[in-house]
Write a protein that binds this ligand. Structure first.
Ligand SMILES: Cc1cc2nc3c(=O)[nH]c(=O)nc-3n(C[C@H](O)[C@H](O)[C@H](O)COP(=O)(O)O)c2cc1C
Length: 319
């Protein structure tokens, strides 16, 4: 179900965005097949999985898969990370040739291998460096530059207002905010009050992110923060219908089956038959989790080696 709107919800620079829900960038999940499915169900923008600037410059076996997108996904944003502003610019200029609509700077990844070297959420410790990176990207590129940030490094360094204002002053066209610090990882609750303060402090569009699990949460976070849109990550795995503002229990088994098949077919078209099925399993397990499947049936489904086998087992699920 495509959301059809005549007026944009907000713009990224000059680019109109029709819809206020967005699939979050998720390494290992927000690939081209899943993104396109979420777009059909109502997600209004596509963010790539995060891309290491070093991989763009030196190559990586998965790079081509991460960069692939379909024209129906526009606006399409490539998300990049690095600690060095100059390297970010070099990588962004190379990525620009692939025709993205915008480049996003990741200021949120909490993984030690990324944040520990001053990239991702690590850059929040040095707001001037984040500002420099955004400014350099902005000047080097002829497309909008956006950022996705956390609230700070830890409870002692919740410098989100400084960071957001510097990002805006240096040319960011949109800011997405995951309402946690780096130290929190994914624990505790996302701080929607802090997101509301950021929205108040800048005039570019702000997208709220963190702990939106249901259709009611969407309306709650919008009302609480006044943000221009909502970004949804984990809850979309298993419930991509959230982009149609539907909870999982509002979706019929037939719809679940139809979307699972569509997703599987796309995965296989994109990754090849065997790898497509294997990579589909992590989604399948989430699609099926609300159904009370017997342990045996579940195991059979998640270990099926061919798609006919998978489909045959899927058909055995009681209506
Ligand atoms: C498996 C996984 C991979 C993620 N990968 C990325 C990423 O590549 N880039 C990014 O900015 N955030 C990434 N995130 C963070 C999400 O975009 C989002 O900020 C976070 O999950 C909070 O939103 P949620 O509560 O809706 O899941 C990832 C999260 C998860 C769970």
């Amino acid at each position: 179900m495509q959301v059809t709107q005549t007026h944009p919800s907000f713009t990224i620079g000059e680019i109109p965005v029709y819809g206020d829900l967005i699939l979050a960038p998720m390494d290992g999940f927000s690939d081209q097949p899943f993104r396109s499915l979420c777009r059909e169900l109502g997600s209004a923008v596509s963010y790539s999985e995060f891309i290491n600037a070093l991989d763009v410059l030196h190559g990586h076996p998965r790079l081509e898969e991460k960069l692939a997108f379909q024209s129906e996904e526009r606006p399409l944003i490539y998300q990049i990370y690095d600690s060095e502003p100059a390297r970010l610019v070099e990588a962004a200029l190379k990525l620009r040739r692939r025709g993205p609509d915008a480049i996003d700077l990741n200021l949120g990844c909490s993984d030690r291998s990324v944040a520990g070297r001053g990239a991702g959420a690590g850059m929040l410790r040095d707001p001037q460096r984040a500002a420099l990176a955004i400014g350099m990207l902005r000047r080097a590129l002829d497309i909008p530059v956006t950022a996705k940030m956390r609230l700070g490094w830890d409870d002692q360094e919740r410098n989100y207002l400084t960071v957001a204002q510097l990002l805006e002053q240096n040319g960011a066209s949109l800011i997405a905010v995951h309402g946690r610090t780096k130290a929190q990882g994914y624990s505790g609750a996302a701080d929607w009050d802090a997101i509301a303060r950021i929205k108040q402090a800048v005039s570019v569009p702000v997208i709220a992110n963190g702990d939106v699990r249901s259709a009611a949460d969407i309306e709650r976070v919008l009302a609480h923060t006044g943000c221009d849109g909502v970004m949804i990550g984990r809850a979309a795995i298993g419930n991509p219908w959230i982009f149609s503002r539907l909870d999982r229990d509002q979706v019929s088994k037939e719809q679940v089956r139809e979307v699972m098949l569509r997703h599987l077919e796309r995965n296989q078209a994109f990754y090849g038959e065997t790898r497509g099925l294997v990579l589909f399993r992590k989604y399948a397990s989430r699609y099926l989790s609300p159904l009370r499947l017997s342990v045996e049936l579940r195991k059979q489904l998640l270990t099926a080696e061919t798609s006919p086998d998978f489909l045959e087992i899927l058909d055995r699920i009681p209506a």
